[in-house]
Write a protein that binds this ligand. Structure first.
Ligand code: SF4
Ligand code: SF4
Length: 244
């Protein structure tokens, strides 16, 4: 037990275990969860993800204690749990012990990043590159590749293949592990990406693309430099796509 608690104390896994330890398994978080599908697998409800997380932590501890080396398979499962969350934080309010599995998922993803155990996904990498880019030319290029080409191609695919996607979308199959490529493609095209997006980012429109400046927008006629101002943070990369 001494060795076990030492591992727990010294690791981020200990903090994750601690954040879910009070779960009563009451299931009040299930119906509000953005990912909850009653007939799908264990990973589609916060309650069950907590069960899975606790079991994985137990497996990590067992392997550490018996000096077998932590199995790569466990990291894959850990990532699968962490990825089944939109981080909407809705599960926190009905929970009697105030567990927010959105925060837990973020901590799990951070741990995977720290341990270099996150798998490479081209879609994720492209989106993160676009969101993290600060050079206006790079942003412009990425935006035209993603919005002008990517979104248009997706919308076209939806027009042509929507009929074929109906079977899967009307009755999604129960899942286990990663979905087959065919199902992933159907999922990708079954709803149209937004169309008619603005041609420029909000920063480009306001001519404030210099990353060293923080924009504070106010009416120069009605206010002075001393007047209180509201700093608008577009957030979530929305400035890159929707400048409203
Ligand atoms: S934060 Fe994650 S687990 Fe919680 S309700 Fe939202 S999607 Fe579900
Ligand atoms: S509502 Fe809270 S205590 Fe109940 S199962 Fe969900 S996480 Fe556990």
């Amino acid at each position: 037990m001494g060795h076990e608690s030492l591992i727990m104390q010294q690791s981020d896994i200990g903090a994750i275990a601690d954040s879910v330890k009070d779960c009563l398994r009451c299931g009040k978080c299930k119906p509000v969860c953005a990912t909850h599908v009653p007939r799908a697998n264990l990973l589609y409800s916060p309650r069950n993800k907590i069960l899975a997380t606790s079991l994985l932590i137990e497996a990590f501890l067992y392997e550490e204690q018996t000096r077998r080396g932590v199995s790569i398979k466990h990291w894959e499962e850990f990532e699968d749990v962490a990825d089944h969350c939109t981080v909407c934080h809705k599960c926190e309010s009905p929970c009697p012990v105030k567990i927010d599995f959105g925060d837990v998922s973020m901590n799990m993803r951070n741990l995977l990043r720290k341990m270099d155990k996150k798998s490479f996904r081209p879609g994720n990498a492209a989106a993160m590159f676009f969101l993290n880019a600060t050079n206006p030319e790079t942003i412009k290029f990425m935006r035209s590749a993603m919005v002008d080409v990517g979104f248009k191609a997706q919308r076209l695919a939806n027009d042509v293949l929507r009929g074929l996607a109906k079977k899967q979308t009307a009755k999604p199959p129960a899942t286990l592990g990663a979905a087959p490529i065919k199902e992933q493609v159907i999922h990708f095209i079954n709803k149209k990406m937004p169309g008619g997006l603005p041609k420029k980012t909000a920063r480009a429109l306001l001519d404030i693309e210099d990353n060293d400046y923080v924009p504070i927008i106010r009416n120069p006629k009605a206010t002075t430099a001393e007047t209180e101002a509201v700093f608008y943070f577009p957030g979530c990369g929305s400035e890159r796509l929707f400048h409203k």
